[in-house]
Structure formats: structure tokens, C-alpha cells
Design a protein around this ligand. Structure first.
Ligand SMILES: Nc1ncnc2c1ncn2[C@@H]1O[C@H](COP(=O)(O)OP(=O)(O)O)[C@@H](O)[C@H]1O
Ligand SMILES: [Mg+2]
Length: 223
């Protein structure tokens, strides 16, 4: 997993996050002044939003900056993600169809994307609700889906929930970054992350990844 350039990447990440975090700290301190004019408060909140967007951007870029391709069996990824969630007490099931071709992918990043979807599904499945994870393939695509039978997503919000920082229920825990990161990871693999949801009947998030050409797969190095 580790490589010689990881410390450098981490140093860059720390450097890029430090400045917006320092800005947020200064803004928070200034906000404590009760005599602040409304106009100044407005300007401060604008600056705080800009700092947050900066942090979100850095976090998402970091999630895809180090994609390392290797031959990956997505069925194993699904089994591992489901086993881990089950061990933590989740009610979760899976189906992996036979003969899914291995693809050139980053198993760690893909697992990260899958885990983000599973975490969301478990949170939204509702009391006693099951989560179902599947892997299957067609001629051109390998598909990973995570479904729950919870409240689903209102039609008007179905695209915007993929934007960084968007959360539909502010009382729920979370950063609003999980779907943005999962989509960025899918796209870094030349794939997509999409949602199908009938409000009131649950949600299915699907990562679609291109089937790798045999030549690509053969030349892909294990790390
Ligand atoms: N399975 C799901 N069912 C219903 N709503 C969902 C589901 N997954 C995500 N969402 C909505 O999308 C929003 C963004 O998700 P995400 O980017 O993972 O951020 P977070 O989980 O930190 O809130 C969530 O806050 C929630 O409103
Ligand atoms: Mg999430």
C-alpha cells in the first residue's frame, strides 16, 4: 500500500488544509464579538463558506489523487465490505453473480466508495431495514449496487446529493462528502455512480465500471 511519495502527498494535504482551517478559526473567533454589524457577519459567513469549500475540494482531490490500478475481483470487495458491516451488527446481505471479469482498478479506493454507500444505506434503511449489496457484469460493464428500502431520495434532490457538502437532513451526522467522494472514485476509474430511487420505496446506488480490455489487464501491475 505505501509508496515513497506518500509522506510528500500527506505534507501537501496538510499544507493545503492548514490555510482554510486557520481562516475558519479566525472567523469563529471574530464571530464571538456580540457587537458585530450584520454586514460584517454576512461577509464572515461568506468567507467561512469559501474556506469550507476549499477543505472539501482538498479532501475529494486526495481521495482520487492516488488511484493505483491492479487486477481486482469486485466480488471479493463486496464480500469483504458486507462481512465487515455484518461484524459490526448490520443487517446486510449480498449477491455476487458468477464469472465477473477482473478489472483494472484500485481495490482500496473502490472499497472506500462501496463503504460510503453501505454506510449511507444502513443509516437510511430504517428500523429493521435490510441493506443489499450486489455485483454483476454485462459485456461492457461491471456493476456494484447498494440498495435499501428506506425513505429514498426526493426527485428534486437526486442529483444535488452528489455535490460536496449537500445533506438533506442537517440533524443527521455526516459531512456531506461521502457521495461526492464515491462518485469521484468511480469517475477516476472511467466509470459512473448513479442513483435510482422512488421516494418512499428506497434507493439503489450503482457504481458502473468499464470492463478492462485483456491487454490493459495483463499490463496492469500489482502493487
Ligand atoms: N441511501 C440513502 N437514502 C436516502 N438518502 C440518502 C441515502 N444516501 C445518501 N442520502 C442523502 O444524501 C446526503 C449526502 O450523502 P453523503 O454525501 O454520503 O453525506 P453524509 O452521509 O455525510 O450526509 C445524505 O445526507 C442524505 O440526505
Ligand atoms: Mg455518507
Amino acid at each position: 500500500m505505501s509508496s515513497a511519495d506518500d509522506p510528500q502527498r500527506l505534507a501537501v494535504l496538510v499544507h493545503e488544509v492548514r490555510s482554510p482551517v486557520a481562516a475558519l478559526a479566525a472567523i469563529a473567533e471574530t464571530f464571538g464579538d456580540e457587537d458585530l454589524e450584520g454586514r460584517v457577519r454576512f461577509e464572515l459567513s461568506r468567507l467561512a463558506i469559501a474556506a469550507c469549500l476549499g477543505i472539501q475540494r482538498v479532501v475529494i482531490d486526495a481521495a482520487i489523487a492516488s488511484v493505483r490500478f491492479e487486477p481486482v475481483d469486485v466480488g471479493t470487495l463486496v464480500h469483504e465490505a458486507v462481512a465487515t458491516a455484518s461484524l459490526a451488527g448490520a443487517s446486510i446481505d449480498s449477491e455476487v453473480t458468477p464469472h465477473i471479469p477482473r478489472i483494472a482498478a484500485d481495490s482500496v479506493r473502490l472499497r472506500q466508495a462501496l463503504d460510503n454507500l453501505v454506510t449511507n444505506a444502513l443509516r437510511h434503511a430504517g428500523l429493521d431495514g435490510d441493506v443489499f449489496v450486489s455485483a454483476r457484469s454485462s459485456e461492457a460493464l461491471v456493476l456494484l449496487s447498494v440498495s435499501d428500502a428506506g425513505a429514498g431520495v426526493p426527485i428534486a434532490d437526486q442529483e444535488r446529493i452528489f455535490e460536496a457538502g449537500v445533506r438533506l437532513d442537517a440533524d443527521e451526522p455526516g459531512s456531506g462528502l461521502g457521495l461526492a467522494i464515491a462518485r469521484a472514485i468511480a469517475e477516476a476509474h472511467g466509470g459512473t455512480l448513479t442513483l435510482r430511487s422512488v421516494p418512499g420505496e428506497g434507493a439503489t446506488f450503482t457504481i458502473a465500471l468499464p470492463v478492462s480490455q485483456p491487454a490493459t489487464l495483463a499490463s496492469t501491475r500489482y502493487c
